[in-house]
Design a protein around this ligand. Structure first.
Ligand code: A2P
Length: 406
């Protein structure tokens, strides 16, 4: 065995039992070391530089697993893809662990990975995370399940209320949970958990109750438009009152709202990405009488008004409470408009918020919107005399820019 083979490697692995396949790690990895198939997310030992960029954004902690192995015996991508559970620590061969494990190498994160802040707002409440796992899920009861998109529209999006009874399940706006759908996947393993943003504020969908709500779109086609039956979304949308659901989490310790006054929220979302925006808006609405908060500005994109979740309730919010801007992309006879187009149209108001150190920005929805929204923010800032790069750096460092796309 030559020296390179004898080198000890601190191999980075992802726990397939805990991973909720949210793709955050793959998006974050600056050297493209993380890949996945229909079964698992895995780390290529030949590419991973152990820069740790993927560790903080992982909602479950599945990402933070390490095994000491001889480099020559590192678990291959193919091996990891076949796992149902992580292997234990291997005993290293006698006399072989002579070369030291290589120190982690600092690598500059990719541009998309650096956008979202790794920190919460300074005044955010402290979140509880990972209280319940797939081995120890909380059991919630469905107390409401109704459609929030027009019945004539193609998009079947549901508002689902889950009650935890006497089971503690403390959450904050911006956090998410995992749902364990019943049954097995194509490999005969229990289905992995699916992640959903919480759509209700911390004091409950119904104030003072131990319940939360979700915004779930029934998945009937994949990203390429091919017919597919989404395992968990169909399960959830078909639930009846009184049914029970296995829940894990809560997840998320950065995409959280500020609590101080004044703090302004600039919220940009598409489709079911509206869930955390609903939670934060409702929190602010309930606290408004106490004088808490600052300005709220919302950009919300959907194909048509009929497909926009919560269209009716949103329109009923007072104009002096929230500045609502709706972008529709498929209204017959009207030009296609995305949230970023509308942001440019409202550039002076957006710039005013960007200029204010108390503004917190939240982006949630389709992955594709991320680039367009960041470009719009950059252009608006530059056109209004704000240097974008230093502003972006400050937004990140101060926990004031949060992106969650899927
Ligand atoms: P469209 O699909 O008409 O191009 P969905 O209904 O699939 O959840 O999407 C919500 C909204 O987000 C739709 O209006 C959709 O437009 C829009 N959208 C799609 N791609 C982007 C993008 N790259 N940036 C912003 N909005 C987008």
């Amino acid at each position: 065995m030559d020296l390179a083979d004898a080198q000890v490697l601190r191999q980075h692995l992802i726990d397939p039992e805990i991973c909720i396949r949210c793709n955050t790690c793959e998006e974050t990895c600056p050297v493209k070391a993380i890949t996945h198939d229909a079964r698992n997310y895995v780390v290529d030992p030949a590419k991973c530089k152990a820069c740790l960029a993927c560790i903080p954004p992982c909602p479950t902690g599945a990402i933070d697993n390490w095994r000491t192995v001889l480099r020559a015996e590192a678990y291959s991508v193919e091996e990891q893809l076949s796992w149902d559970a992580l292997p234990g620590e291997k005993a290293l061969g006698l006399g072989t662990a002579t070369a030291p494990a290589e120190p982690p190498v600092a690598v500059e994160p990719a541009v998309s990975a650096i956008a979202s802040s790794p920190l919460p707002p300074w005044s955010a409440s402290h979140p509880y995370v990972n209280l319940y796992t797939h081995k120890n899920p909380a059991i919630a009861t469905v107390v409401g399940n109704y459609r929030v998109t027009d019945s004539a529209s193609e998009s079947d999006t549901h508002h689902i209320v889950l009650d935890f009874g006497a089971t503690p399940f403390p959450v904050l706006e911006g956090q998410s949970i995992g749902i364990l759908p019943p049954g097995e996947d194509g490999f005969g393993r229990p289905h992995h958990a699916r992640q959903y943003s919480i759509a209700s504020p911390r004091d409950g969908e119904r104030p003072g109750y131990n319940n939360i709500s979700l915004t779930v779109k029934r998945v009937t086609v994949d990203h390429q438009g091919r017919p597919v039956r989404g395992v968990c979304s169909n399960y959830l949308c078909d639930l009846k009152r009184g049914d029970t659901v296995r829940v894990i989490g809560p997840f998320g310790s950065t995409f959280l709202m500020p609590n101080h006054t004044p703090s302004h929220l600039l919220m940009i979302c598409t489709g079911t990405g509206s869930a955390p925006m609903r939670a934060m808006t409702e929190r602010r609405r309930r606290r408004r009488v106490k004088g808490e908060g600052g300005k709220l500005m919302l950009f919300f994109g959907a194909r048509t008004p009929q497909e926009l979740p919560y269209f009716g309730p949103l329109m009923n919010l007072p104009k002096d409470f929230i500045d609502i801007n709706l972008a529709f992309s498929r209204v017959p006879g009207q030009p296609k408009r995305y949230v970023q187009d509308l942001m440019r149209e409202r550039a002076p108001a957006v710039a005013e918020l960007l200029r204010d150190d108390n503004t917190y920005i939240y982006v949630c929805g389709l992955r594709g919107m991320e680039t367009g929204v960041l470009a719009a923010l950059r252009d608006i800032a530059s056109a209004h005399g704000l240097a974008w790069e230093p502003l972006l750096a400050r937004l990140r460092a101060e926990g004031r820019l949060h992106l969650e796309t899927y």
